[in-house]
Design a protein around this ligand. Structure first.
Ligand code: ADP
Ligand code: MG
Length: 338
């Protein structure tokens, strides 16, 4: 169990990222921290493995105050997965994963065996062992990131927006796999996302944070949906689900550069069998756009700034002159035209 007791984090410049947070993440469950950008999710997560130290208050893992444990020792028991996987670009998939058991003192053959085992666990074919990260899709890279985090068999996994940069279909697949893995391994998982749908899907418990690192509501997802504590919760839960009050900024034209953040609020539309048939966006209420689509020179697009345009990950929205979405395309598709 991870327990925050009156934890505050004030950065040197005076920013209070987390304010008097008290929260319990039950062991063997997925606790999701969700909330708008800048509300303190990453700071909260990183205080668990002491990448950031709290200004005041205590964080306990089982009954041990993390402040009393050396960070390297602490991190042996805590896997960490971030957006875009954070893989070593010049190491193969196998070496990326084997690094962890090697650091823990395993022999080379043992570390290799662990790497192969973890690859299988996260659904990566053996033939990928000798590939480099750049030769993998975004979803495959995230699988390697998860495999690497699991390689030390830590009881705790911290996941900071691990699927946020992936296209909706790949993302859904990985969410399902995480649920499966969790059922199999029973890890204690703290999962950060800004996407309320992802929070509701994955969380045994969901902590919705508001700006300033304050909990607006904490409980099982159903509770947030059915009895929101206040207007902020109702709005956050309802807004993302119902696509109210969202708008696009005018898009900047390609070619050349990543121009803006990818809007968060793209949702898949399904038929009665649950098969994805299209997507919709808050920017065009009531309209459903087909999946797929190709990029035409001169189209305007929005892409996420934190993704490399040359890597085959992520998605971009194609927009018309008024900034309204007209298609959804992959980065690799754009890259081919640059
Ligand atoms: P989130 O992950 O929810 O988007 P963060 O935890 O990254 O939010 O940041 C919370 C707040 O703390 C933001 O206002 C951010 O600008 C601020 N912040 C984060 N890191 C630092 C830092 N090293 N110094 C000063 N302010 C920071
Ligand atoms: Mg963050």
């Amino acid at each position: 169990m991870i327990r925050f007791e009156n934890v505050t984090k004030a950065f040197a410049d005076g920013t209070v990222a987390v304010d008097d947070l008290t929260l319990e993440m039950p062991s063997g469950q997925i606790t999701v921290l969700v909330g708008p950008s800048g509300c303190g999710k990453t700071t909260t997560l990183r205080m668990i493995n002491r990448m950031i130290d709290a200004t005041s208050g205590r964080i306990l893992i089982d009954d041990t105050d993390v402040a009393t444990v050396d960070p390297p020792d602490l991190r042996r028991g805590i896997g960490y997965v971030i957006q875009n996987a954070g893989l070593f670009p010049h190491r193969t998939v196998e070496d990326n994963i084997a690094t962890v058991p090697r650091l823990l003192g395993a022999s080379k053959p043992e570390a290799r065996a662990t790497a192969r085992e973890q690859m299988e666990r996260v659904g990566l074919p053996e033939s990928f062992a000798t590939r480099y990260p750049a030769q993998l899709s975004g979803g495959q890279q995230q699988r390697v990131g998860v495999a690497r985090a699991l390689a030390a068999d830590p009881p705790i996994l911290l996941m900071d927006e691990p699927f946020s940069a992936l296209d909706p279909i790949v993302r859904e697949g990985l969410q399902n796999e995480l649920i499966r893995l969790q059922g199999e391994l029973g890890k204690t998982i703290a999962f950060v996302t800004h996407d309320i749908d992802e929070a509701i899907k994955l969380g045994d418990q969901v902590a919705l944070l508001r700006q300033g690192g304050v909990i607006a509501q904490f409980g099982p997802p159903q509770e947030l949906l059915e009895s929101p504590a206040d207007e902020f919760v109702a709005d956050f839960v309802g807004r993302d689900r119902g696509f109210r009050s969202l708008s696009f900024e005018p898009a900047t034209a390609l070619p050349g550069r990543p121009v803006d953040e990818l809007p968060d609020h793209v949702e898949l539309v399904r038929d009665s069998d649950g098969v994805a048939t299209g997507w919709r966006s808050a920017a065009a209420p009531g309209e459903v756009f087909p999946l797929g689509g190709t990029f035409t020179d001169g189209d305007s697009v929005r892409v996420a700034t934190d993704l490399s345009i040359s890597s085959p990950v992520g998605i971009a929205l194609r927009v018309d002159g008024a900034g309204r979405p007209t298609g959804i395309i992959s980065h690799s598709d754009i890259a081919r035209h640059l």
